[in-house]
Design a protein around this ligand. Structure first.
Ligand code: SAM
Length: 348
């Protein structure tokens, strides 16, 4: 194992962590607030509307976020994803995004959204220079979406998807968390959608994380099982992995499909050896692994009015702490506990 992080930015080589992984990707959770109440994201109490939220002063301000990103980009980060909570519900988010995309050296600004506000904001996101849009949608049935999210929003989300496709965002990725006995009977419908539309439909393994009381060994479905089911209706033709595919394995369902299928397997086939991410939670904490609860309090560093070198040190410390693998199963076996961070604060 190497002893130190290599930081050679801005000459293009970027940051290399202690396990020789290039670190080039920062995910920002802009807010823990959301306009939906997805069953796996909120606790039973919160599903009634009283979501526990961070106070305004607890969130990083846009100025603080921009400062962090400038420092991170100077160190070698080239890609930022905005997530949450729901990033599009934060006030004046478009002004922030316009400032963000102007940061020199930041090549790629992406967003993960539930799609509810995309019809309204799609054009402005496009004009602001957002490069890619991921939309979370766990069912293609209106009533079921209402059950899963607590809000009757299917039509709105669908119009949002049509909006971003028409604007020319590419690829538009549709993320479906597959859950047994909740939406697994729609796996084939989702797969077929990728034949009709130029979408990348991505099946994400359900993770035991955060407030979710829904995860258990029965609701979890592995990528292998999802693929096996899809193979009953067509051939999964492997596609060459693109620059934009991240940890997904990518296929086409039959040679003529307009879109593609992606499979993301955080539990069954870890991609920790290729993980290039750091996360900044909506409470201003740096988190080097989605499934590890260790965090570094960057908000205090920012509010201590120190120099940029203090932010740089915190980012380096987070990279130094990045575990080789999440080892979630082993931890669960050993301690019986999962990962306690809240997805709405960490950003999925
Ligand atoms: N509001 C935005 C959205 O809906 O895409 C961004 C935040 S949301 C927490 C990001 C993603 O995390 C969503 O695709 C959601 O389905 C996924 N997610 C949340 N909890 C999850 C879990 N326990 N396992 C797998 N994915 C999860």
């Amino acid at each position: 194992m190497k002893q130190e992080i290599t930081s050679t930015a801005p000459d293009g080589n970027g940051l290399i962590d202690l396990f020789s992984r290039p670190i080039s990707y920062l995910r920002l959770s802009l807010t823990d607030r959301c306009n939906l109440r997805c069953m796996y994201c909120v606790t039973e109490d919160e599903s009634n509307g009283c979501l526990s939220k961070l106070g305004h002063g607890e969130l990083l301000s846009y100025e603080e976020l921009l400062r962090v990103v400038r420092v991170a980009v100077a160190m070698g980060i080239t890609k930022v994803r905005l997530t949450g909570g729901e990033p599009l519900v934060r006030r004046n988010v478009l002004g922030f995004i316009r400032n963000l995309t102007e940061i020199e050296g930041l090549r790629d600004v992406r967003i993960t959204t539930n799609g509810v506000l995309l019809e309204r904001y799609g054009r402005e996101l496009y004009d602001a220079g957002v490069t890619k849009v991921n939309i979370s949608l766990d069912s293609l049935r209106r009533e079921r979406i209402t059950e899963i999210t607590g809000v009757d929003c299917f039509d709105q989300v669908w119009r949002g998807i049509e909006t971003v496709l028409a604007l020319g965002f590419f690829p538009v990725k549709l993320n479906m968390v597959a859950m047994r006995q909740i939406n697994d009977d729609e796996i084939l419908e989702f797969a077929r959608l990728s034949q009709r539309l130029p979408l990348q439909v991505r099946f994400i393994e359900f993770m035991p994380i955060g407030a979710s009381s829904r995860w258990n060994a029965d609701t979890y479905i592995s990528t292998d099982e999802i693929m096996e089911r899809i193979r009953t209706v067509g051939e999964l033709v492997p596609m060459q992995k693109g620059r934009h595919d991240g940890p997904a394995q990518v296929f086409r369902l039959g040679a003529d499909a307009s879109g593609s299928l992606g499979f993301i397997s955080p539990l069954s086939h870890h991609f920790c050896d290729r993980c290039n991410r750091l996360r900044l939670t909506s409470a201003g904490a740096l988190r080097s692994c989605l499934l590890h609860d260790e965090e570094i309090d960057l908000r205090s560093v920012l509010r201590a009015q120190g120099p940029d070198s203090a932010i740089r040190e915190a980012l380096l410390a987070a990279i130094r702490n990045k575990p080789q693998g999440h080892q979630l199963e082993e931890r669960m076996r050993r301690t019986g506990s999962d990962c306690h961070g809240r997805m709405s604060r960490i950003g999925g």
